[in-house]
Design a protein around this ligand. Structure first.
Ligand code: AP5
Ligand code: MG
Length: 196
């Protein structure tokens, strides 16, 4: 099983690249943002709490996303591997993920971190907001708040995965195709080691 964390700030291109990677490598996409938006659309209890927080650019509780991830992993036990997108987003989430995987003899093989400057992120998200209907993309101040939360709570995961030797930085600016090729080169290297 090949397990990849696709990491980056809001608007870095995680969702765009994840869609392309999962087709090429036949992996299962685990995006906590997509899962939460689906819960909101279904009007579940989780969705009700999540909506209040997401619309303000704040995180939902660690326990909630870890439970959702756990459910999806067990529902896809025979998958060739997973692409984690937007998860883990805090150190406790990363620790819980490692524990959950280790209990089943699994692990994360690489954390591919897309990097792009803040003004580029804001521009992309405001643009996407015109068509996505995502409430958290509508307002520049909420987008900037999401980036502040990312810098405070999520960026420390770079050191967490560096310590494990799994952090793979990737330039997140350029054409979607160029970035995809750089990501594929990393996945190919990691996958070869995994098989060897
Ligand atoms: P989530 O859905 O994960 O959103 P996000 O991290 O804010 O990231 P985005 O989905 O906005 O960006 P992306 O990196 O996927 O970029 P994309 O490919 O779409 O989370 C939403 C919220 O849910 C969070 O704020 C939080 O409240 C909650 N949440 C989710 N997970 C959580 C967790 N684990 N714990 C707690 N709370 C959680 O690209 C963006 C745009 O740029 C697109 O329009 C795309 O076409 C364009 N684009 C992509 N690549 C390029 C390129 N190379 N050049 C130009 N444009 C590009
Ligand atoms: Mg996304």
């Amino acid at each position: 099983m090949l397990n990849i964390v696709l990491f980056g700030a809001p608007g870095a291109g995680k969702g765009t690249q994840a869609e392309m990677l999962l087709k090429k490598y036949d992996l299962v996409h685990l995006s906590t943002g997509d899962m939460l938006r689906a819960e909101i659309a279904r009007g579940t209890e989780r969705g009700k709490l999540a909506k209040q927080l997401i619309d303000k650019g704040l995180f939902v509780p660690d326990r909630m996303v870890v439970e959702m991830i756990e459910e999806k992993i067990w529902a896809n036990k025979s998958a060739k591997g997973f692409i984690f997108d937007g998860f883990p987003r805090t150190i406790p989430q990363a620790e819980m993920l490692d524990r959950m995987l280790a209990e089943n003899g699994l692990e994360i093989h690489a954390m591919m971190a897309l990097d792009a400057p803040e003004d580029e992120l804001v521009k992309r998200l405001l643009n996407r907001g015109k068509v996505s209907g995502r409430p958290d993309d509508q307002d520049e101040s909420i987008i900037r708040d999401r980036i502040v939360v990312y810098n405070e709570k999520t960026a420390p995961l770079i050191d967490f995965y560096k310590t494990q030797g799994k952090h793979k930085p990737v330039k997140g600016v350029g054409t979607i195709e160029e970035i995809f090729n750089n990501l594929c080169a990393i996945v190919d290297r990691v996958a070869t080691k995994e098989v060897a």
